[in-house]
Ligand binder design. Structure first.
Ligand code: B16
Ligand code: MG
Length: 223
């Protein structure tokens, strides 16, 4: 029997908007202050990862060890810079096709939630003028376990009142795909097949994507 999909859960960075480039600017600035270079390739390792874990990775790259209170101070400093950048975000930075896809999703009465590691989620949604598109917003301030733990998506489903197996998660990070599958949800990977495995379906982006294409390709496995 075909499973009825009742909710779409969206990761934020890399799915709705490319905030990774602003994270990168802020992390690179911090690395420069600490005296080493932080490349775009290094930055790939930070996608979907929490702020403190990102700093740990950055310090590994620079071969630097610091006490915890100093790490807290540096993470806060990086975040202040990052917030300055994302305050300039504009609605035209929503990734191609996403707003149309959200409109179609809402008109089909499919519930929507955000499931993001970012503690800056409310500010980003507000700057993009899309807060009203989501029935639930679960972000880094509401979870204690990072992806690939399914907590962020399970909380989203719970807040929507929908069973995990009736949800599709959209994710651009490998840890996020694993989080969705660990939560017994369907998962659509957004990105390139070289970097992402284990999802039920993979799309390059939302540019030409329709709700029916997603539903058909994701649920056909259990027809
Ligand atoms: P913040 P997502 C993640 O967002 C980013 O991909 C990741 O690079 C960032 O470190 C993390 O949010 C925490 O962000 O410092 O703003 O709390 O992909 O889970 O939407
Ligand atoms: Mg992401």
């Amino acid at each position: 029997m075909k499973e009825k999909i009742k909710a779409f859960l969206f990761d934020l960075d890399g799915v709705i908007v490319d905030t990774a480039k602003y994270h990168y600017l802020a992390w690179k600035r911090l690395a420069a202050e600490l005296g080493f270079d932080f490349s775009e390739e290094h930055n790939e390792r930070l996608k979907g990862v929490s702020r403190m874990r990102s700093l740990e990775i950055l310090l590994e790259v620079g071969n630097i060890k610091l006490p915890h209170d100093e790490m807290e101070r540096l993470a806060a400093k990086k975040n202040d810079w990052y917030v300055e950048y994302i305050k300039q975000l504009r609605p035209d930075e929503i990734l191609p096709g996403v707003q149309r896809f959200l409109d179609e999703t809402r008109s089909r009465n499919i519930k929507t939630a955000i499931g993001s590691a970012s503690k800056n989620t409310p500010l980003i949604l507000e700057r993009l003028n899309i807060s009203g598109y989501f029935d639930a917003i679960i972000d880094g301030t509401k979870v204690s376990k990072a992806k690939p733990d399914p907590e962020v998506f399970l909380k989203g489903a719970e807040e929507l009142g929908i069973k995990p197996e009736e949800c599709i998660v959209f994710e651009d990070a490998q840890a996020g795909i694993e989080a969705a599958k660990n939560g017994n949800m369907y998962c659509v990977a957004v990105g390139s097949p070289e970097n992402l495995t284990g999802a039920d379906y993979l799309i390059p982006g939302f540019k030409t994507m329709t709700v029916d294409t997603i539903l058909h390709n994701v649920t056909k496995a259990i027809l």
